[in-house]
Each structure stands twice: as structure tokens, then as C-alpha cells.
Design a protein around this ligand. Structure first.
Ligand code: SAM
Length: 275
């Protein structure tokens, strides 16, 4: 009998993936966690019925969450990742030799242990000596941090449940204070097809707090609509002023020196959201 995993991306639309094997299903303290081996995208982490990451396409999101900010900042030594318990963003962050310490604050320890066990190609660097993994609420960590980080990357779930506060204006104000005087932050800001309001709201809030705000996109086939956005807030450095020649050659499969600038070129219907 064929088994399929379906994510309802809106109440009326979704994607479905043929299951090869279900490896984990459990209710953690924070969310329903599933680890499914799918025919098309390989192993897939699912939280509260939403695709978090898959072995086949994870590199797009993790490279694009990490490299634009880490290349724009001239000397990112202290980096914070909020959420990101699958370890993919951390794996990309430590590809930058200037990074002295990458702190991960993930609220659900089960995501970390499950990812280490079933997604070693994604979570494999969580034990790296330059990585400090903390299980806790990213919101509280930010509020208690002052002038600590050069780059902060918010790799959270959708603005529901424990991640809801991570899309509020107060959180971005807290990020501004947790960043050093020339710091940069990036947050994943969902898709323009089903979450246009969220993108607009975050853009408005971040523009009230940061002098430089840029939005960029990437194609992620297993995320709602496939067109994903990231919102960058910067105190001093503009990603659009990074010269292609100064972008380091990194061990990547999506991000490239030419794509750094191209990613910030948005389709008109997305531009209109963030004007
Ligand atoms: N790339 C995925 C996306 O765009 O939806 C997110 C992947 S990562 C697995 C998301 C993580 O954020 C989850 O492991 C979740 O437990 C974590 N998270 C949610 N709220 C959090 C909070 N307040 N503090 C820290 N981590 C949080």
C-alpha cells in the first residue's frame, strides 16, 4: 500500500510526498516531530506537519540563510543562530574561517538529537569546537544579550507556537541591541504567495529599527510555494555594495559570488510588498 505525507500549505493547497519509511514520530514538549524517508527528497524533518528540511534540497535554504550576511560583514567573529536545531545553518556558518564562535539556541532538544541521529549530513557540525549549542528560548537569549554578536540568523519555524514571538517587532528591537554597532541580522520570512502580509509586516518593523533593510529570495521546492524570502537588517554594511570579486569561493551548491547580488533582485509583485 502506498503511503504519502501531505503538508497543507494553506487550508486549500499543499504538497504530497511518497513515503519510503517513517523513522520517527513523537510529540515533544513543543511540537509534533516526524522524520520521514521520502522517495523524492530523501529523509525529511517535519514539525507540526510542516516540512523543515530535506536531504535533497536543504542546501538551498541553509546556504542562503547564512552566506549573504556572513559575506556582507567584513569580519564576522561572533555569530548567533536562533532555532536551526537541524544544524544546517551552523554547518554553513563555520565555513567562514573568521567565525570564532557560532552559538545555536534551539528551544527543542529533541530536534537536535533526532537530526544528529537521522540527518548526519545536515547536523554533522553541531559538535564542532567553534560551535556552542544551547537548548533554550531564542527570544530570552536575545533579550539577555547586549552588543554581543556580529551576525544573528533567525532560522525559526513559522510564526506559530514557540516561534510566534520571533516575528514580533520587540524581537527585532532585541536583535538590534544584541548586535554590535556594525552588526547584521537575517530572518527567514516565508513566501510571497501565501504569506505576503507577514513579509510586509516584518519589512515595516525592521525598517523602523535598522538603517539598511534588504530582502532576497531563493527557490526551495519543498517549502510553501517554492519561492522563499529572507529579510536582512544591517546597522552599517549594505549587501548590495559587496563586490562580486570580494565574495569568497565557498564550498556551496547554490550560493555563488554572482548569485549574491542576483538574489536581491525581486520579482515585481514581491518588490511591491517591500517598497
Ligand atoms: N528552515 C525551517 C523553516 O524555515 O521553517 C526552520 C528549521 S529549524 C528546524 C526551526 C527550529 O526553530 C525548530 O527546531 C524549532 O524548535 C525552533 N524554534 C521555534 N521557536 C523557537 C524559539 N522561540 N527559540 C528557539 N528555537 C525555536
Amino acid at each position: 500500500m502506498e503511503l504519502w505525507f501531505t503538508e497543507k500549505q494553506t487550508p486549500e493547497f499543499g504538497i504530497t510526498a511518497k513515503i519510503r519509511e517513517t523513522l520517527v514520530t513523537e510529540k515533544t514538549e513543543y511540537q509534533d516531530l516526524a522524520l520521514i524517508d521520502t522517495e523524492e527528497f530523501g529523509r525529511m524533518l517535519v514539525l507540526d506537519g510542516m516540512v523543515m528540511t530535506t536531504v535533497k534540497d536543504e542546501f538551498v535554504y541553509h546556504e542562503m540563510a547564512a552566506h549573504p550576511a556572513l559575506v556582507t560583514h567584513p569580519d564576522p567573529k561572533q555569530v548567533l543562530v536562533v532555532g536551526g536545531g537541524d544544524g544546517g545553518v551552523i554547518r554553513e556558518v563555520i565555513k567562514h574561517p573568521q567565525v570564532e564562535k557560532a552559538v545555536l539556541v534551539e528551544i527543542d532538544g529533541k530536534v537536535i538529537t533526532c537530526s544528529k541521529q537521522y540527518l548526519p549530513e545536515i547536523a554533522g557540525q553541531l559538535d564542532h569546537p567553534r560551535v556552542d549549542v544551547q537548548v533554550g528560548d531564542g527570544y530570552m537569549h536575545i533579550i539577555q544579550s547586549k552588543d554581543k554578536y556580529d551576525v544573528i540568523i533567525v532560522d525559526s519555524t513559522e510564526p506559530v507556537g514557540p516561534a510566534a514571538p520571533l516575528f514580533e517587532r520587540g524581537f527585532y528591537q532585541g536583535i538590534h541591541e544584541a548586535l554590535k554597532e556594525d552588526g547584521i541580522f537575517v530572518a527567514q520570512t516565508d513566501n510571497p504567495w501565501f504569506k505576503a502580509d507577514l513579509i510586509q509586516k516584518v519589512n515595516r518593523d525592521v525598517k523602523d529599527i535598522f538603517p539598511i533593510v534588504q530582502v532576497y529570495g531563493a527557490n526551495i521546492p519543498t517549502y510553501p510555494s517554492g519561492l522563499w524570502t529572507f529579510t536582512m537588517g544591517s546597522k552599517k554594511y549594505d549587501p548590495l555594495e559587496v563586490e562580486e570579486a570580494s565574495v569568497p569561493e565557498l564550498d556551496t551548491r547554490y550560493y555563488t559570488p554572482r548569485l549574491h547580488r542576483a538574489a536581491f533582485v525581486l520579482p515585481r509583485f514581491v518588490e511591491d510588498l517591500v517598497k
